[in-house]
Design a binder for this molecule. Structure first.
Ligand code: MN
Length: 267
């Protein structure tokens, strides 16, 4: 058989396979078993949407580092020279915290210096590549209040060794978050207002969202140059200064103007 015949035969075989697959799908639809079977189930991650019975499916969790000048300085960098940088947490790092509840948040393994970082989270309804700053907020479905919990000793240790600091940031349950509040419900995008974290009733972090070095719109624009953003992506927009450690028993209460408070107890 010459090469041309092989290609023709291959193509015919492929066509046949596709037709067979289509046939099988059609037959299976009738029996209510159309999707290929997997040997076990993997949970999808969703967040409740405030004021709705619908849920927001989480695709990826992006986080921006050092986005408030005073926090950048406390982490040892110069906020005037640094372009924004991003990292990700795994989607199932989400720990949903219902409004009015105090969620038990487990003190994680391996760390002796476990830190809070209170952040505004933007949730995308759509995405794209190379999104302009002017168009960026059109992609935002809503906002939430979240904690970017951090094993600071492991993050620093890996950074010192010039190794990836995933173990310090991207572990199980490291992303406590409240429900998504649609922009339609909020009336406006959240671009300013008080952000404050109390630990055991004492104010630890306080700033205004307008102090961000890179706004949410700028973050979306920058991120979309590196990654194709898609519906379901959420973006932790960085934390203000005065990050610090917690111990078991501590009660953390986060506040962002316009959103309900987020409360977790370290257990
Ligand atoms: Mn953070």
């Amino acid at each position: 058989m010459d090469r041309r015949s092989i290609l023709k035969t291959g193509s015919a075989a492929l066509g046949g396979a596709l037709a067979a697959a289509g046939c099988a799908t059609g037959a299976a639809e009738g029996s209510g078993n159309s999707a290929p079977r997997s040997p076990f189930k993997v949970a999808s991650v969703t967040l409740p949407i405030a004021g709705s019975s619908e849920v927001f499916p989480v695709r990826r969790i992006y986080c921006i580092g050092r986005n408030y000048a005073a926090h950048a300085r406390e982490m040892g960098s110069d906020p005037t020279r640094e372009p924004p940088f991003f990292f990700q947490k795994p989607t199932d790092a989400v720990q949903f915290v219902a409004i009015g509840s105090v969620a038990d948040h487990p003190y994680p393994s391996l760390t002796k210096n476990y830190h809070y970082e209170l952040e505004l989270v933007a949730a995308l309804r759509s995405g794209g590549k190379n999104i302009s700053i002017a168009d960026a907020l059109q992609h935002v479905y809503g906002y939430a209040i979240g904690l970017d919990m951090t094993r600071r000793d492991l993050q620093r240790g890996m950074g010192d060794q010039k190794k990836p600091w995933e173990i310090g940031k991207s572990f199980d349950m490291s992303a406590p978050i409240g429900p998504i509040h649609p922009v339609a419900l909020l009336v406006n995008h959240i671009t300013n207002g008080r952000i404050e974290l109390k630990v055991n009733g004492q104010v630890k972090q306080e700033a205004d969202l307008s102090y961000m070095i890179w706004s949410v719109a700028e973050q979306i624009s920058q991120l979309s140059q590196a990654f194709e953003l898609k519906a379901g992506d959420i973006i932790y927009s960085g934390t203000p200064q005065n990050v610090g450690p917690v111990v078991k028993g501590d009660l953390l209460v986060g506040h962002i103007d316009g959103l309900p408070e987020l409360s977790v107890r370290i257990v």
